[in-house]
Every structure is written in C-alpha cells, then in structure tokens.
Design a protein around this ligand. Structure first.
Ligand code: MG
Length: 296
C-alpha cells in the first residue's frame, strides 16, 4: 500500500487552507486544495484522494451538498470526509453526518487537534484497506480470489462484452507434483505460476485463482489475436522455467490453457464456460497447449 496519502482541503478562504495545510504538513501526506465545491469535484475526477477536509460555508454549493455529491459517486463514495465548521450547534453537526461526513472539526482551526483527528481517520483507513485486501486476495498467491475475480469480471463483461477474452489455466499433473514432492512444493509451484502469468498480462487484464490449481484471466482485447498471443506467452514462460527445490533438484511444470471469446456469448459465466470447455480439450489432446474454440 502507498506510504503517502493524499488529502484534499476544500475551503473558499485561502487563509484557512494555509492554516490547515501547515497543521497537516508531514512526509506521509500529499496536500491538495480546492477553493470551491465545483473545483473540488473536478480535482476528484483526476486524482485519487484518500481523505477530504471540507469547509461548510462556501459560495455556490455548500460543504454538505459537495459531500452528498462525493458520496453519490461510486468512485469517490468511500473517501472519508471531515467537516471544518464554525457551526457546532446540534443541527449543523447532525447535517454533517447525514450528508456522509465521518467527523467534524470546529473553527477556528486548532492545529494539533486537526492533525490528531486527520491522523486518526487515516489510521482507520489503513485498517479498512488492509481488511479489504485480505478479503479480496488468495492468501497463497496474493492474486484475486474467486469472489473478487467474479465481481470485477462482471463489470468487465458489462463494459467490454464481445471484445473480452477469457483464459482458463490449469497446472498439468498437479496431483503428481503434490504426491511426489509434498504440498509445500505444490504451493511453491502455484506461487511461481501466478507470478509467471502476471508477468505476461497486458494492462487492464485481471487474474484470479478460482480454486486448487486453476487460474483464470480476463482481458479486454485490443486485437483479435491478442488473447491467444498472451495465452501462448504464458504457456511458454512456464514451460521454459524450472522451480528450484530445497534439495537442489529442479522441477519443471507445464500448464494447459483454454481460450474463450465470441460475439455470441451473453454472460461472464458463458464466457468462462467456453474457456473451461477448451481447457478440457487441451488436457485431452495432450496438455501443455492452448486450445481455442473453433469460430462459430
Ligand atoms: Mg467558508
């Protein structure tokens, strides 16, 4: 995870921005600012801020309205918003939370309080991100787990549909590797293979471990042959490398790959099913190969 985090200070008064920025200056924080709600929303389009400090009283949109907009956008909805406000009556505080804020800090700004509250939010954020990471990753290989792969895959299918290719990748004779060399070696093989696959993926592709020795890739195609080219480069990379065993021996392994794509496929499950059927063909035809569906 990034060591540095980005905070966006939104205030129409440059003096307030200056005071807040001075209070928050630290090597771990990159500070950005905006002088209005509209400017803030624009900046949030381009830059992934981690936390927001928001003035309430601003010309145009007030802080509550800006916060509501931030919370309504799925891309920014999870960014914690702390309000900076001169109004600490119960109604204003209630409004700050109701619009999606996580905390409020009363003006005039007290530097050490501001610093402490922002730090506390950043600590929570780190915790949440660690938990999210653990919940979405396969604990052995660090790549996406099945649940996250399908979640991201559904969105990719909705966006790319018939220009999406699926690769189903299965380690050949994995049971024998486990039986002959032990599960620890089997685990090392899976980790090595995950890295090898990852090293061959173009930008925008996703990789998940669907279970056991089975991996899946989804990639939006930039050319008709790209899916097959990627599959073959993965297969060759794995076939040409050897895993060093603790005793000094080496272990070679191969994968079989099923490739699926097609304009007639209507769902992610359908796409993966085609790739899975092709994987089965690749296994039957002798393994260590990529199998494509005969065009329909
Ligand atoms: Mg103001």
């Amino acid at each position: 995870m990034d060591e540095q985090q980005r905070i966006l200070i939104i205030d129409d008064d440059p003096q307030n921005i200056k005071v807040a920025a001075n209070a928050l200056r630290s090597p771990e924080l990159i500070i950005g600012f905006a002088r209005s709600g509209a400017e803030a929303l624009e900046r949030l389009e381009d830059i992934p801020f981690d936390i927001i400090l928001m003035d309430v009283m601003m010309p145009g949109m007030d802080g509550y309205q800006v916060c509501e907009k931030i919370k309504a956008n799925p891309r920014t909805a999870n960014i914690p918003v702390l309000f900076l406000t001169a109004h600490t009556d119960e109604e204003s505080i209630e409004k700050a939370y109701a619009s999606g804020g996580v905390d409020y800090i009363s003006k005039p700004i007290r530097s050490r309080e501001l610093h402490a509250r922002v730090k506390s939010q950043l600590r929570q954020l780190k915790l949440i991100r660690n938990m999210e990471f653990l919940a979405t990753r396969d604990s052995l290989t660090g790549i996406y787990n099945r649940r996250k792969f399908f979640e991201l895959g559904e969105a990719m299918f909705a966006n790319h549909g018939d220009t999406l290719a699926a690769l189903m990748i299965d380690v050949d004779h994995f049971k024998e590797i486990n039986d002959n060399h032990g599960h620890q070696t089997g685990d090392e093989v899976l980790k090595t293979i995950a890295l090898a696959i990852e090293s061959k993926l173009p930008k925008g592709a996703i990789l998940g471990r669907l279970g056991g020795e089975e991996f899946a890739v989804l990639l939006p195609l930039t050319s008709p042959d790209q899916g097959v080219d990627v599959a073959e480069s993965i297969r060759e990379e794995i076939a040409s490398s050897k895993l060093l065993l603790p005793g000094g021996d080496t272990l070679a392994c191969t994968v079989s790959i099923g490739h699926g794509t097609g304009k007639d496929i209507l769902s992610l499950d359908g796409l993966l099913k085609v790739a899975d059927d092709m994987l089965y063909c690749a296994k039957r035809e002798g393994r260590n190969r990529t199998r494509l569906r005969t065009p329909v």
